[in-house]
Ligand binder design. Structure first.
Ligand code: FAD
Length: 167
């Protein structure tokens, strides 16, 4: 049965390149970059909707804004993680990462992240702050590589996210 939302929000027939659909078959903003989103809006309305120079900060996040905020949270969690976490915290941390990878609001990002964690050597390493911080850096680098971005030097994860740069 169709929900009220599905009845009222028509899915555009021809989506501009880059617009990703969600599991409900409708365009998924948190899975799509803002330029593709604006291109779709332009197509739908016929109005010349160009991307504003600065996106208002109170708009829903696109895939990039969501990613930046999420990495900030994740790396900051590793930065404040104990050097010697007890067994219970390690178990809870693994559960958190597992739940995060299922709840992440960009479904294709979430699915790739889950796949990556299943590969040999990529299961979360949470036995110390150093281990966890490095593991998170490697997880982030896997996405960087996938997106064609430069890899980050994981020897520097702590300077970037905990201590600040040595200058
Ligand atoms: P970000 O990649 O968000 O990085 C923010 C800052 O972190 C950088 O400025 C740098 O200082 C630092 N940094 C960079 N790399 C590392 C590292 N390896 N270790 C420590 N610090 C680092 N986007 C997609 O388009 N497709 C996807 O499939 C996708 N999957 C994602 C999966 C997850 C789990 C998350 C959290 C995000 C995902 N994203 C994905 C978003 C993507 O990773 C970026 O956040 C987004 O493209 C914005 O990139 P950015 O260049 O602003 O910097």
């Amino acid at each position: 049965e169709q929900t009220e939302d599905a009845k009222t929000e028509a899915v555009p027939q021809k989506l501009p390149k880059g617009v990703v659909l969600g599991p409900d078959g409708k365009p998924c903003r948190t899975c799509t970059d803002v330029s593709s989103w604006f291109a779709m809006a332009k197509k739908e309305t016929g109005k010349s909707t160009s991307i504003p120079a600065t996106i208002p900060s109170d708009c829903p996040p696109d895939v990039q804004a969501l990613g930046r905020s999420s990495w900030t949270l994740l790396h900051s969690i590793t930065a404040t993680y104990p050097e010697k976490p007890d067994g219970q915290l390690q178990t809870e941390t693994r559960s958190f990462i597992s739940a995060f990878s299922k709840l992440y609001p960009c479904w294709h990002c979430a699915s790739d992240f889950q796949q990556w964690m299943k590969e040999d050597g990529n299961a979360p390493r949470v036995s110390s702050r150093q281990e966890f911080g490095r593991w998170m850096c490697e997880a982030h680098n896997a996405v960087n590589v996938k997106l064609g971005k430069q890899e980050f030097d994981c020897n520097k994860w702590e300077e970037r996210w905990r201590t600040g740069w040595k200058d």
